[in-house]
Design a binder for this molecule. Structure first.
Ligand code: DX5
Ligand code: ZN
Length: 217
């Protein structure tokens, strides 16, 4: 399977969001990654429903919504109504994870679970039958532009083995510090979806950077 690129609009220009979303529309990016931060689960606040609803109106690609919020169960239906196609919750924020991911699927979305850098992949072994994607956080969540944590390669390899050995149909997404220097090794280690924020929007030619992440150049 060819890998996907999900462009994180956390790094976009919010004064000119339409421009940046149009650029992603015209690019070879597969998904648009939307980071929701509540100032509790992570020490930062990003954006909420009105922004997602607006992006949904102009986006030509599926919305990959990453919730970095406590008690996400309160808002699953609202994120679906706002336009989320894939909804990812943080493992560390869920007390009844199987219930949460089942509800996400029942609402008609793909269900993802994100793991913080300190959370072992083995904790997801019994959840793999109920989800579509695991998001390995390759930085501590909360901010764009941080450095990639290299221990992530071991986690990805372990997770790849767990998924394949169990015969599960679960994608592996990575998020944080992804750029054209580590993309190829990540895909070779077993990743299916690359999230990229700063490496795209801070580059001279964002559309070309997305193309390089897709072609692994
Ligand atoms: C970090 C967010 C990421 C962020 C990635 O907490 O979950 O999605 O936008 O940004 P970069 O690619 O700049 O590390
Ligand atoms: Zn994210």
């Amino acid at each position: 399977m060819d890998h996907f690129v999900s462009t994180s609009i956390l790094a976009a220009d919010f004064g000119n969001l339409d421009n940046d979303v149009s650029m992603v529309n015209e690019s070879v990016a597969d998904w648009i990654h939307c980071d929701i931060m509540d100032g509790l689960f992570v020490p930062n606040i990003s954006f909420g429903f009105p922004v997602i609803e607006h992006v949904k109106k102009i986006a030509k690609k599926p919305l990959d919504v990453h919730l970095m919020i406590v008690d996400p169960d309160r808002y699953l239906a609202r994120f679906r109504d706002a336009g989320a196609n894939i909804l990812t919750v943080q493992y560390e924020a869920c007390t009844h994870l199987q219930r949460t991911v089942t509800e996400i699927r029942n609402l008609g979305m793909k269900a993802g679970v994100a793991l913080n850098p300190h959370t072992p992949v083995a904790l997801l072994k019994n959840t793999l039958p109920y989800i579509d994607m695991v998001l390995i956080m390759t930085v501590n969540p909360g901010f764009g532009g941080q450095s990639f944590i290299t221990e992530s390669y071991n986690k990805i390899a372990d997770l790849r083995k767990m998924i394949d050995d169990g015969g599960h149909k679960v994608m592996i997404e990575v998020d944080g510090g992804i750029d054209t220097t580590n993309a190829r090794k990540l895909i070779e280690t077993g990743v299916n979806v690359l999230v990229a924020g700063n490496s795209v929007f801070s580059s001279k030619d964002p559309c070309e950077t997305i193309r390089r992440l897709k072609k692994l150049e």
